[in-house]
Design a protein around this ligand. Structure first.
Ligand SMILES: NC(=O)c1ccc[n+]([C@@H]2O[C@H](COP(=O)([O-])OP(=O)(O)OC[C@H]3O[C@@H](n4cnc5c(N)ncnc54)[C@H](OP(=O)(O)O)[C@@H]3O)[C@@H](O)[C@H]2O)c1
Length: 281
């Protein structure tokens, strides 16, 4: 049995589908009792990773545990080692953590303290573990969906600063492999897309898939900061803008790890747009 947290999100949905398709017994964790749109036959457990005690009964009898810290779960909370202790007591043998590339490339950014704490707890747990460190997600482009729908316009800072954004479906495919197969214990994989592209090029790709013109408007860092501060904590806004505006050379490089694990290249950004076109129409 495999327990998946974050099961209704960008990575979790395709992960649950892939595991169910492979014939695994999957338990999808959600804060809702009846989350919509999960594949039939998948058991849902109502629990909250913000309250470790609620996860304990869900883990009883599980072989593998997929840990994803969404939203404010990236902020301070219970000691991460407590969750790993709960997993061990429940009999879990293998744990897979979604961290971030920045946990490795920017070892002192406050916005990633919680992910670094979880990485350390996973490594020290004595369980079989794999850590996934993705770069920026293709799905961050959902932030442009409303302005594309209403005005066919993308507003973004740093128009031509290129990063190899990754399709969350590729993260899910990698997660499904490392949760099921024995050869990935102790590995930390950096997951990126197949090419570095900037926001202006992403807007062009949205326009190509839509078959309509999309205008690109470059925001100043200050304007982007003000817009993002409405829905993100201050340290996360600053850390995100630092990466988007001044990436380190290693953050602009394409990692081989998706290809190594899956035996195929990562999906291009245009694939993500095509699968999510209704959001932009
Ligand atoms: N976006 C990026 O560019 C990027 C880059 C590198 C790493 N990451 C990491 O990737 C993770 C996010 O993955 P994702 O995009 O798949 O997640 P997501 O879609 O934002 O959220 C996944 C699910 O988590 C559940 N959840 C539980 N507690 C939550 C809370 N307090 N706030 C919000 N959601 C909560 C929600 O499900 P229910 O409502 O059903 O409970 C939600 O559907 C984070 O750890 C982030 O640090 C992101």
């Amino acid at each position: 049995m495999i327990v998946v947290t974050g099961a209704t999100g960008n990575i979790g949905r395709p992960l649950v589908a892939a595991l169910a398709q492979a014939g695994e017994e999957v338990v999808a964790v959600s804060r809702s009792a009846q989350p919509a749109g999960l594949p039939g036959g998948v058991r849902v457990a109502q629990a909250d990773l913000g309250n470790f005690a609620s996860i304990a009964p869900v883990l009883e009898g599980a072989d593998a545990f997929f840990i994803l810290l969404a939203g404010e779960l990236n902020g301070p909370g219970e000691a991460a080692t407590n969750l790993l202790d709960i997993a061990k007591r429940a009999g879990v043998k293998r744990v897979v953590l979604v961290s971030s590339q920045l946990s490795g490339t920017r070892s002192d950014t406050p916005s990633h303290n919680r992910l670094r704490e979880f990485e350390a707890a996973v490594r020290a747990s004595g369980l079989e573990y794999t850590i996934l460190r993705p770069g920026g997600f293709a799905s961050n482009a959902y932030a442009w969906s409303e302005s594309v729908r209403t005005n066919r316009t993308v507003f973004s800072p740093f128009a031509d600063v290129a990063l190899p954004v990754i399709d969350p479906a590729d993260i899910a495919d990698v997660a499904a492999v490392v949760l099921r197969e024995d050869d990935h214990a102790g590995q930390t994989y950096v997951l990126t897309g197949p090419e570095a592209i900037g926001p202006r090029r992403q807007a062009e790709m949205i326009a190509e898939v839509l078959g309509e013109d999309v205008t690109f408007v470059e925001l100043s860092r200050e304007d982007a900061h003000a817009a993002m501060s409405q829905f993100m904590p201050e340290d996360v806004v600053s850390g995100t803008l630092d990466v988007l505006g001044s990436p380190l050379p290693v953050e602009q490089q394409v990692s081989p790890d998706v290809h190594t694990v899956l035996g195929r290249p990562a999906r291009p950004f245009s694939d993500w747009v095509a699968r999510n076109l209704p959001a932009f129409k």
